[in-house]
Design a protein around this ligand. Structure first.
Ligand SMILES: Cc1cc2nc3c(=O)[nH]c(=O)nc-3n(C[C@H](O)[C@H](O)[C@H](O)COP(=O)(O)O)c2cc1C
Length: 219
């Protein structure tokens, strides 16, 4: 079992997103999974120029030379990809969106129609690669995740795969808080995230009980 997390917070390792992802991956590792934690903030990934070179002129090869190819190679063989993002203006972060747009190189519809065309595209996440989303926001209002939830469902459908978990934490700053008062509730939540990682590593899904506890947040 290989689980790859892609952290789309510009705050990288210091992000609340990373507190969530790290707990989840710790659980997955304990259950025997190989895990990879990628911080987009540490990568040079430029925005897609929409030139379609990767589909038409040089199929499978993006015209931009940056870290994208390296990140794609780290996704190879993943059974689960966890996309993590803070809520920015009710949406995913720009950092994650720039990365997602660059996946165009993996989804050339022309390569399927014309098998003779040379196509060295890095392989797209396969139908066997399940997706998960993890997000946190500043507000205490869970409606902040509506766009993110809608977006990940569309992405999953475009990639013809399954969404096996949506984990949303309101008041995300609590995750990194040093408040003694908050610590017990946060630790309890992180323990649930670890269990979630174990469940996904073993069963490729979350139990109803874990989903319920995650839904409750920090209490
Ligand atoms: C540019 C920007 C936009 C934001 N927009 C929202 C928002 O629409 N709703 C919200 O609840 N929090 C919003 N926040 C707060 C972040 O979601 C919050 O600080 C989160 O904990 C950051 O997570 P991270 O540490 O993983 O990056 C915004 C923060 C920034 C910097």
């Amino acid at each position: 079992m290989k689980i790859v997390a892609i952290n789309g917070s510009p705050r990288g390792k210091n992000s609340n997103s990373n507190v969530m992802v790290s707990a989840f991956l710790t659980g997955a590792q304990e259950a025997g999974a190989e895990t990879v934690n990628i911080f987009l903030a540490e990568k040079d990934i430029k925005y897609c120029r929409g030139c379609y070179s990767c589909w038409i002129k040089t199929p499978g090869k993006c015209s931009i030379d940056d870290d994208m190819l390296g990140v794609l190679s780290m996704l190879a063989g993943a059974n689960v990809i966890v996309l993590a993002t803070p809520v920015y203006f009710n949406n995913i972060s720009g950092t994650l969106k720039v990365f997602m747009d660059r996946l165009a190189v993996t989804g050339n519809p022309l390569s399927k129609k014309d098998a003779k065309k040379e196509n060295n595209a890095p392989s797209a996440p396969q139908a066997t690669t399940k997706l998960m989303i993890m997000s946190n926001c500043g507000s205490s209002n869970k409606s902040q995740f509506e766009v993110v939830s809608n977006w990940i469902k569309k992405v999953t459908s475009l990639m013809r795969t399954d969404l096996i978990g949506e984990i949303y934490a309101a008041q995300g700053k609590n995750l990194s808080s040093s408040s003694e008062e908050l610590r017990p509730a946060v630790n309890k939540y992180l323990q649930v995230l670890e269990n979630a990682g174990k469940e996904v590593a073993v069963d490729l899904k979350l139990s109803k009980e874990t989903e319920k506890l995650l839904e409750q947040g920090f209490i």
